[in-house]
Design a protein around this ligand. Sequence first.
Ligand code: UDP
Length: 445
Amino acid sequence: MAKLTKMAMNNKALVLFPLPFQGHINPMLQLANILYTKGFKIIIIHTNFNSPNPSNYPQFTFKSISDGLSTSKDKSLNLDTTNHAINFMNKSCIDPFAVCLAKLLEVEPVACLISDALWHFTQSITDRLKLKRIVLRTSSMSCIPLYAALVLGEKSYYKTTIKEELALMTEMDIEKIYKGGLEKAKAELICNMINETKAASGIIFNTFKELEEPAFLAISQVFQIPSFAIGPFHTYFPVSHSSLIEQDRSSISWLDQQPVHSVVYVSFGSIAQMSESEFTNMAWGLANSKQRFLWVVRPGSVTGSQWLEALPKGFAEEVVERGRIVKWAPQQEVLAHQAIGCFWTHNGWNSTLESICEGVPMICSPCSYDQPINARYVTDVWKIGVMLDNREEAGKIIKRVIMGKEGSEMRHRSKSLQEKVNQSLQKGGSACQSLENLVDSILSF
Ligand code: UDP
């Protein structure tokens, strides 16, 4: 009855604004689906760059805006580096977004804007239009205080909360966070993201409380706004339609023919780049492990190659019986497949969560951004993975995780985290309650 009353009251729309990268589009569209089932009308504003496919979501209204990326004449802007691109779009999208949102408000009652936290420019626009703004932070919850401490030097905030986690971060982790000499662009972005989130009316996380308990305290110290950890979004809707690249479904039929827990799944997400020698070392690591593998090599992810040109000679013959390479996989389904024994990952937050939710142990080779932080949690806090810094050692480590006692212990711990996720999503669980709180909060605007 209470549910029905709540649904009936939801006659206002929510406007959602995803950042145009795969690891941000996926959780925002999953969140859109979750809130749609709570009775809200959903309007998605998106950039022309990396636009989602509206025909996959007939239940939503889509509005596109120009982002200036394709028309940019600013030669100092390096669009290959995501931080620069995001900083750039936070300026180039101001007018198109403001016009689009103001037009919407003329014809539609809107409860609030939900924008990616990295779209920091949107706070001043909603202030001007007297609309509430909630942010979606697509990284882990722990990442914000650690970023603030490491990148902005605001260590004093966190003395009592994430001190132990902070101490785990190594010089190499910090170096990777800054990879590519992006100190200035990254610090500017993180600083703006944190400041404009402080002015928002709430912050939503793609996580669950039991996974990151200490971060909860730190987050409320930093932001002093309501935070909602509503659980891993993909668990509400397991199959995603927000892929920007076509998923190769032959991965699943191939996995169907492999023994239980025998395959290492290898994927480094949608942005990571690697050099030819890193790629070659990975290939030999997989060959030397003598294990079965499903390897996602995204076209363009190896510097100087279109796809597989840099594969070492003899590799294909060596692994023909036990290896498969695809351009892009249905990752959530792959990780849920019983044939998967471990996940060699770059530890993007979505990949990390997807692995946790399926109880799959990880081999961690973080590249940059928040990945070194996620990997440190996986290996040193949750103890469900091992770090692999030197890719030449991949063969040994894969064997250890797939076949050794250490691997089965990690799988065991990972399975118990998977159970915690499931409990938190059930009625009375923390994620389920947090989602109710979020809906109540939106209805109170
Ligand atoms: N993904 C996928 N197929 C692949 C590789 C990745 O569908 O072959 C999805 C994956 O399930 C995840 C997203 O792409 O939801 C990658 O996000 P993540 O945060 O892990 O990494 P990013 O791409 O942001 O570095």
